[in-house]
Write a protein that binds this ligand. Sequence first.
Ligand code: FES
Ligand code: MG
Length: 598
Amino acid sequence: MTNTSAPKLRSRAWFDNPENVDMTSLYLERYLNFGLSLEELRSGKPIIGIAQTGSDLSPCNRHHLVLAERIREGIREAGGIALEFPVHPIQETGKRPTAGLDRNLAYLGLVEALYGYPLDGVVLTTGCDKTTPACLMAAATVNLPAIALSVGPMLNGWHKGERTGSGTIVWKGRQLLAAGEIDDEGFIKLVASSAPSTGYCNTMGTASTMNSLAEALGMMLPGSAAIPAPYRDRQESAYHTGKRIVEMVHEDLKPSDVMTLDAFRNAIVVNSAIGGSTNAPIHLAALARHIGVDLPLKEWERLGHQVPLLVNLQPAGEYLGEDYYRAGGVPAVVGQLIAQGLIREDAMTVNGRTIGDNCRDATIEDERVIKPFDQPIVEEAGFLVLSGNLFDAAIMKTSVISEEFRQRYLSNPADPDAFEGPAIVFDGPEDYHHRIDDPSLGITSRTLLFMRGAGPIGYPGAAEVVNMRPPAYLITEGVSALPCVGDGRQSGTSGSPSILNASPEAAAMGGLALLETGDRVRIDLRKRTVDVLISGEELASRRAALEAKGGYPYPASQTPWQEIQRALVGQMDTGAILEGSEKYQRIAQTKGLPRDNH
Ligand code: FES
Ligand code: MG
């Protein structure tokens, strides 16, 4: 809750410390370099960081370079001083081997910046998939007053009169290309049409998901997550975000006051209703551990599975980011959920009001895009949490299971929620791309595709490679998706009915390491199990044989960070954080100030 007697600003220890004038002078003299006056720096005004995630390497977030000017004006207007600084770039589609490798690196860097410099509060500029969790995780660890500003989605993409959604169109384009319906140039044009402006993916991929959830967690001004990047309203929300963080510093309203267990539970419910990405459980688990909230993976099924899908955005639905904003965005969705008693209304948010007060009266402005609760797009839109002898935990988004898929796999009246088939096992995406169209594999519409070596250690960094298209000859026959299972992730923009984030991964000697092509695997959605149908003895002897060879093989590290992360990273069911880093909590309060540097 909000404190009325705020503590002394921590930045005073740098700029206004009468007990150590020579250090104060040293701190002051260099911060004067970019034009601030002595008077300003010693005024006792809150110093607000703008954690800048935009750059030429991060085009999804690049508009934050423009928005930062409006954030600054808001900060100044409210009586603060703004200091902008860069965050390590994490761009989803540009970073090799995967942006998943860098979330924890950006987290580490931002923790050091927030803790080690004279900052009293921070604006987190969020956007592309991993930038949002990385920023929130760091703010959670340091626990300075913090507010997130979404850069917003791109404008809608269009091609021949139809909406083309970023990411999602790639999966469709690949199928058209494989079926010979378009050529290479047509493919590139189709995909480029989906990205018509600055901003992040306009589909309900991981970026829209994580920004919506940042708002649902209470860390963003209400109604601001979904504003498209180029809209006038986006500039306005930047200004209000800047103003608000200064007030938050005076009120001492911190991430730990906002990101409570209730807030996480709300976020899980909202994730189902928006059709959020399968990456969300990983990032929320990480965030919860850094703020000290206990959030077992099973909570996603317990709280989220029953919740219907209300937001009609690609990949699960038809529309895109502009439509989502115009239909009312997150508050309209939360309003529907509040009316059903599904939201913990007392959860505090960064505007100093509860989520209940912010969203109770929010209305849907376009029911084609956001459905009323009693007319959902899909019932039970949340995730199932599965386990068995191939892994301890994995998740499945059941809302994207198509009718074609249900008919093919889940229509046996004697066994309606289960199916069995032979496994084809791929060791990494190169192996898959190389062999998927090879007719000698004998892939049929009953085959289950497995991807391994794609987890936090194996890849390294947990890549979005589990969603695999069927061989071209099956697509031509009308089979657009096969069940896919793996220890990597899946792009939030993909609508494949996959079993993902399997933990422990093959590289950590999880059961997937022991699977062989041709093994029969049974998936039972009602029992929440995935099992290879071979004996425990056979599995044990395969394990012993693999261990004798040194374990499941994966490529050598190519950079120092790959090696460091591999040594420390946990599995995806518990957030894939750097194990041990969660010991450091609320360090702005619990660790005092860092020592002087001279
Ligand atoms: Fe950056 Fe989708 S690739 S938001
Ligand atoms: Mg992605």
